[in-house]
Each structure stands twice: as structure tokens, then as C-alpha cells.
Design a protein around this ligand. Structure first.
Ligand SMILES: Cc1ncc(COP(=O)(O)O)c(C=O)c1O
Length: 452
């Protein structure tokens, strides 16, 4: 594994393949042009934005990002689970471009357009739950979460919200209070909004006895503060930023049952897991449950800002007219991108690919669990992670060092976890098999190099 001039051989049958499907490092990373741009970035942009790789991107080729120095980087991040259909999908580009020519914005609260309604119809028809639904479109994931809380409070006339250990729901005032991790998400930003209570989860990898104890504690917490004071419980079906935590079987169905019994609105935050990422359109389908409200964002607009709250018609219509909205909510260009995403997902190939990605990741990374320092490989579909932990506890240092080594060799990886000890893989669902394998080989070598 060398850091420079790694050029995969062209395939004889396809001379263009080198451009489309090969990692290529022409310079060290970051290259000279990226370094110049980074210096200017430091002069102009707040330091408060963290950065995984200080590399500036020029264009994308499906699962490769091409930087301003001509390096081809393998994208295992998808802009944090956003570009599931690829970062330069021609169908998304065509629909968005055509819409840009027609009009860029009217504000749906001023005059309407059909694509907004079409996106809502698709979500009403495809989100889990065999009941009549309505959808509200917004712009960011956090905005969808905040609006779900508003809807649940208006519908139940109750104040309190139950969230969970290791949760991530966003960075706005309310959603950072719902997010579990203090640093960097909440630190110095208090006082936080009240009426947010945190319950335990039952991670499958740490709860061999199943979710019974965690569910008992959830019941106790609700009883302590009064079940009748809770408007909503909000849960990610696989926790993303918190460490790609898959819940023990029965945990989500247990929450569903508790919520129903106490008249609490169950909000399933599918913002990271949704739109095919886990091999089904929505991760809650793996457990056979439906939220009263399901939240989507990220992959919904393929990178154009779009989010949605889709839920029971009687909940969604419980809010007074004018109570929901936003200048940019359901922007027409983003709606066209979403309609392209729906067409692509409808063909089924990407959902199948998610299973292929999971199999390839498990084949390559599961043997590493035998090594001291590697504790677990977990996830579903194209949402996979490897956790670093040893007898001394979580090893965020190993995760950071391995991710950094992979980044230096042209594979964009992210860490996550409340202790930062997890490397997560979120490749575009259409990643070519050889690009995936090459990226995994680099990651494996990076992990072995920091463990040796
Ligand atoms: C599960 C989940 N909810 C909410 C959010 C917030 O979305 P946004 O960053 O678009 O506000 C995220 C973002 O990572 C997320 O993963």
C-alpha cells in the first residue's frame, strides 16, 4: 500500500473504465491544489466545521470523487449517507436541470407545484404502515425531527419527548437536546430545551439476553415522569452517529407496543437508514414495525436538501393551518431529484446491491474480529461498521488512526460512535464490485497497520 501513483490497470474491454472505476492517486493527499484551497478556507471559513479529509472535490464518477489534483478517491461516506444513487447520478442531474430551467422556487405556501405532491404521494405509499397518511416536506433532517415533535405535541397536547442513549437527531436547539453525545454536539451550547428524557437501548452486540431489561427501564422512566405527559418517543431503527448500533431483536417491536399502549406517538427517524440504505426501503421493515410518523432526509434528495415527515393522517392534520411550513420546504429542484431517486429505487437493483455490499464487507472485515483491538463488525446492507475495543475499553484512537490511514490512501471513511471507536461504511448503493473490493482492501490494510 503506497500513498502515491496507484493507478489500477485499464480493463482491455473498456478503455473508459480507468476513469470510471479505479482509485487513482497522482499526489499525496491532500494534493497541492487542495492544500492551497485549504489555506484560503482557513482564512475565510469558521473553524467550527470539522473536516474528515481536507481535500477539495472537482467532480464525481459514481462511487469515486475526483479531487482538484486529479486524484480518484473511493467514496465510503456518500456525504454521510446522502448520495446513495451516486454523487453525479445522470438521472438526478437531468431532472434537476430541467426544473432549474422551468423555475427555481415559488414557496409551496404561496403557489403550488405538482412535484411536491408527487413526492408526498410516493412517501405515503412506501413508508411502513397500512394506514392513511399525509406528508410534510422540509429541508434538513433536523427540521423534519423538530416538526415531528411539533406535530406530536399538537396532536396529543402533551409536552414530553423520549429519546435514547447514543441517539443522533441533529444540531438545532431542540435536536441537539435530543442527541446524546455532548462533545461536539451540545458542548457550550446550553441551556438546552427541556422536556426531553433519555431512555436506554438494547444493542444487539451487547445484549445477548435480549431487550427485556431495557424495555422494563423504558417503562419505569415513563411511569416516573407520567406516561400521559409523553407526546412522542423518537428512535433511529439503526443508530447512526451513535455507532451503527443494531437493536436487539424485539426492542423496536417492544417500543412500538409501549407507545401504542400509552398513546405516545412513535417517531421512527429513518433519516440515515432510509431510502434503501439497509437493503429495504426503510430499516424499520426489518423488524416489521411502522412508526406513527416516519422521517426521511439525506438520500431522499440525492444531495439536494429535502426532508419529510410522513405519518398517520389524523396526526399530520392535527396541526392548525399555517402551523407547519418553511420558505424552502419541498424546494421544486429537490423534489425533482427525489422523483429521480424513486424511479431508480423502483428498479430494485440498488436494494439488491445493498445485500451484496454487506456480504463483501463481512467477508473482508469479519476475520479481523480475531485481532486484539477489533471487537465487532455490524450493520445492515450498505450501512456497515467495524468497532474497536479491547480490555481497556473503547479504542477511539485505533478507529481514528485506521480511518486516517485509509483516507491517506484515497478511501474516504468516517468514524462514529459515542466514543468515536467505530469506522462506518456508507458507500453509494451502486458502487462497482471492484471499487468496493479495492476500498475494502485498503481499509483492511489500514486497520492491520495500526494494530501491528
Ligand atoms: C438519524 C439522523 N437524524 C437526523 C439527522 C440530522 O439531519 P441534518 O444533518 O440534515 O439536519 C441526521 C444527520 O446525520 C441523522 O443521521
Amino acid at each position: 500500500m503506497t500513498a502515491t501513483r496507484e493507478v489500477a490497470p485499464a480493463r482491455a474491454d473498456d478503455p473508459a473504465s480507468v476513469a470510471a472505476t479505479a482509485r487513482r492517486l497522482l499526489t499525496e493527499l491532500p494534493g497541492p491544489r487542495s492544500r492551497d484551497l485549504e489555506a484560503e478556507r482557513r482564512r475565510q471559513v469558521t473553524d467550527a466545521f470539522g473536516i474528515t479529509m481536507p481535500v477539495f472535490i472537482d467532480h464525481a464518477l459514481n462511487a469515486l470523487l475526483v479531487d482538484v489534483d486529479g486524484n480518484h478517491l473511493i467514496d465510503f461516506a456518500s456525504g454521510i449517507a446522502v448520495t446513495s444513487v451516486g454523487a453525479a447520478n445522470p438521472r438526478v442531474a437531468r431532472r434537476a436541470a430541467a426544473q432549474l430551467e422551468r423555475f427555481t422556487h415559488t414557496c409551496f405556501m404561496v403557489t403550488e407545484y405538482a412535484s411536491f405532491v408527487d413526492v408526498c404521494r410516493w412517501l405515503n405509499e412506501h413508508t411502513p404502515g397500512d394506514f392513511e397518511k399525509r406528508t410534510a416536506l422540509f429541508t434538513t433532517g433536523a427540521e423534519a425531527v423538530e416538526n415531528a415533535v411539533k406535530i406530536a405535541r399538537a396532536a396529543t397536547r402533551r409536552p414530553n419527548i423520549l429519546v435514547f442513549d447514543d441517539a443522533y437527531h441533529g444540531r438545532t436547539q431542540l435536536t441537539m437536546a435530543m442527541t446524546a453525545k455532548e462533545n461536539p454536539y451540545r458542548l457550550n451550547f446550553g441551556p438546552l430545551p427541556g422536556s426531553v428524557f433519555r431512555g436506554p437501548t438494547a444493542p444487539a452486540h451487547a445484549t445477548p439476553d435480549g431487550p427485556g431489561e431495557a424495555l422494563t427501564q423504558v417503562e419505569a422512566l415513563l411511569a416516573e415522569h407520567g406516561q400521559e405527559t409523553f407526546a412522542a418517543m423518537v428512535i433511529e431503527p439503526i443508530q447512526g452517529e451513535g455507532g451503527f448500533i443494531v437493536h436487539a431483536p424485539g426492542f423496536l417491536t417492544g417500543l412500538r407496543e409501549i407507545a401504542t399502549r400509552h398513546g405516545i406517538v412513535l417517531v421512527i427517524d429513518e433519516i440515515q437508514t432510509g431510502m434503501g440504505r439497509t437493503g429495504k426501503l426503510f430499516a424499520s421493515e426489518h423488524e416489521g414495525i411502522a412508526g406513527d410518523i416516519t422521517l426521511t432526509a439525506k438520500a431522499l434528495g440525492a444531495g439536494l436538501p429535502l426532508s419529510a415527515a410522513t405519518g398517520r393522517a389524523e396526526l399530520m392534520n392535527a396541526v392548525h393551518t399555517g402551523g407547519l411550513g418553511g420558505t424552502y420546504a419541498g424546494n421544486p429542484v429537490a423534489c425533482e431529484a427525489a422523483l429521480a431517486v424513486f424511479e431508480i429505487l423502483g428498479e430494485g437493483t440498488l436494494l439488491e446491491n445493498a445485500g451484496r455490499i454487506e456480504a463483501a464487507v463481512r467477508r473482508r472485515l469479519e476475520p479481523l474480529v480475531a485481532l486484539e483491538g477489533v471487537a465487532d463488525v455490524r450493520g445492515r446492507g450498505a450501512m456497515m461498521a467495524i468497532e474497536f475495543r479491547d480490555g481497556s475499553g473503547p479504542r477511539g484512537d485505533l478507529a481514528a488512526a485506521a480511518a486516517k490511514a485509509a483516507n491517506a490512501h484515497g478511501v474516504i471513511t468516517l468514524t462514529c460512535g459515542t466514543n468515536g471507536n467505530v469506522i462506518r461504511l456508507l458507500p453509494p448503493l451502486g458502487i462497482e464490485a471492484d471499487v468496493l473490493d479495492e476500498g475494502l482492501a485498503v481499509l483492511e490494510a489500514s486497520i492491520r497497520s495500526v494494530l501491528s
